[in-house]
Design a protein around this ligand. Sequence first.
Ligand SMILES: Cc1cc2nc3c(=O)[nH]c(=O)nc-3n(C[C@H](O)[C@H](O)[C@H](O)COP(=O)(O)OP(=O)(O)OC[C@H]3O[C@@H](n4cnc5c(N)ncnc54)[C@H](O)[C@@H]3O)c2cc1C
Length: 382
Amino acid sequence: MLKTNQWSYWERKEILEEIDLVIVGAGIVGYSTALAFQENNPTAKILVIERGLLPSGASTKNAGFACFGSASEIYDDIQSFGEETVWKTVELRWKGLQALRNRIGDKGLKLHMNGSWDLFTESEMDTFEAVSPQITYYNERLEEITGERNVFSIDSDVQQQFGFNHIETSIYNRLEGQIDTGSMMTRFHQLVVSKGIHVLFGCEVDSIHEKENGAVLHTHLGSIESKKVAVCTNGFARQLLKEDVEPARAQVLITKPIEGLKINGTFHYQKGYFYFRNIDNRILFGGGRNLAFEEETTSTIATSERIMYALHEILSEVILPQTAYEVDHSWAGIMGVGSVKKPIIKHISPSVYCGIRLGGMGVAIGSLVGEELAKMISTNEE
Ligand SMILES: Cc1cc2nc3c(=O)[nH]c(=O)nc-3n(C[C@H](O)[C@H](O)[C@H](O)COP(=O)(O)OP(=O)(O)OC[C@H]3O[C@@H](n4cnc5c(N)ncnc54)[C@H](O)[C@@H]3O)c2cc1C
């Protein structure tokens, strides 16, 4: 690959000179930051730098759940983090989803609002018994946030309706849905390019240093200078910054198309550690990080035998017990997690900012994180 000092006068002038903002990472957050910054600063020169030939973290690899919290997750989180923190997070996710819908459009997202089910097995009935009396209260809190009544309801027919095995009951959330992740990211890219924002793929940033009136980024292709830098590298942020964020690998498989597939919606299984949905008459199924937390605290983008074995087992025993199917493909992506379930949106040094640690909810909150980060950069906020 040619280094930047081998580029032509035209290439250097068009892409590298007098940059106002370099964004590192072409994921949901990087692209949202670019678009929001451009809206606040229409004449700004913006460059997005991405190390992969495609975005190579989580944004093109996720399961495409448009979700803001299952009843059992809300219940668990209230025990760990307290009421107000949890409802604030739920509100952020809800508003984030609306921001994403405004930005990309429901058609661009291929959004289907067919609801989600929080599934409970026989051994999880204690949890169900603890969560179900809270539903009326949760619905009141959710009405304040969404303006919609009776968001959660108990659905005990779920096993019969979809042909599952070992599922005793479920709690249905009628306001969650599913998107086509590939379509969302293609639309993000098209929007960014249509606004005159340059994107350089295949360019890894090794380090960032402050200089007078800006920063210099040392990349595999050479040095790039910019007045401001936004680091949006999520699970990989520790390569460039000393922040409380660790990589968390998540693995997914997809079946070949299944004739007459009845499953339609998004499903959380075992407290959300496993999740599955239908897409194009297939089942996309992921999760299992809880089986090997240490092994999965890695930025290596690869599947593991242990997790894949667990996914295959649950798929055949619980999700598709009476259906012939074949697994078509599997992959992994890297999330960014930390000691709290909250993104870091921060002014790090005079010219450097970050929007990282999106956890497993970046589809929901990524757009708002980008908007907030762009505002912080535009106004030089601390
Ligand atoms: C398998 C899986 C399933 C998921 N399912 C869901 C879901 O259903 N719903 C939901 O809301 N969320 C889900 N998530 C989480 C969600 O995808 C993420 O929170 C979100 O995509 C994070 O976006 P981001 O822009 O912060 O990070 P990323 O998409 O990871 O973008 C960061 C980018 O930075 C690039 N980069 C890193 N280091 C450098 C460097 N040094 N130089 C240049 N570029 C660099 C990376 O290649 C990457 O493209 C899932 C994640 C995974 C992995």
